[in-house]
Write a protein that binds this ligand. Sequence first.
Ligand code: ZN
Length: 298
Amino acid sequence: MVAEARQYEQLSYEEPAPKVARIVMNRPGRRNAQGITMTYELDDALRRACYDDNINVIILAAAGDHWSAGHDISGEGPQNPSPDQTVGLWGGRYQGKGWEGFYAREKEIYLEISERWRSSPKPTIAEIQGSVISGGMMLAWMCDLIVCSEDARFRDATAAEMGIAGVEFWQHPYEMSVRKAKEWLMTGHWISAQEAERRGMINHVVPREQLAARTLELAKTIAAKNPFTMKLVKQAMNFAQDQMGRKASADYGFHLHQIGHMQAMLVHGIPVDVESMPPAMRANIEKLIASRNLPSKS
Ligand code: ZN
């Protein structure tokens, strides 16, 4: 079955070789910041690739110099998914009182959709260049394999700058050693592609000009294998990782993430710790919150 082709606003969908789909985040002017539009276009594109029997492997790439700036906090575009877009069954009470709306939103657009993408049965390969920040880590980590260019670098700034114990899709100790993960979150420092490879978080580091070709080569190698077997390999590995506590820890991490948001809300009147933030980011966040008319302390 071939899924019906559709045009995307913030993605492109390519088939660079037989049996290989390449989904490209295409918002280079915004460093591929991920808002609601991109999130649900990604879901649509993944679904399309998974339901297309002619596709065996899926590459997730990004246009421009940087792979992902993380979640779009500009306030532009839709802020919540429409009922026909949602993938979870929690319900869309995004305007609910107290913490209900915030919780419902983050559960749908960050936790459940990331888990759904990680569980997509076909092998996925992230093709990463430049910077990957905070929410962008969730997109990288949902992929089975990661190929990076030498200039790739990674950072989760949520703990160091936002008062939150890590991004919503909380996978840190399963992506590197616990000790390294603690340091990475506590300092908010970058890790380079080379260090990420040493930590076991990524598969290969290649020269920038070879990134697309080397990723495609890996995709083609896997796409030539028995696709059912590849699905079983993925399922077995993901199950094993879940038996090591990944799923339960991710769920716990998501809820501590919510406590971080709530603590900031109680102390600062907005769901992030503005006092830890760099001044430019603080100004942007305060502008965004003002535009949403959330309750404020001041
Ligand atoms: Zn959050």
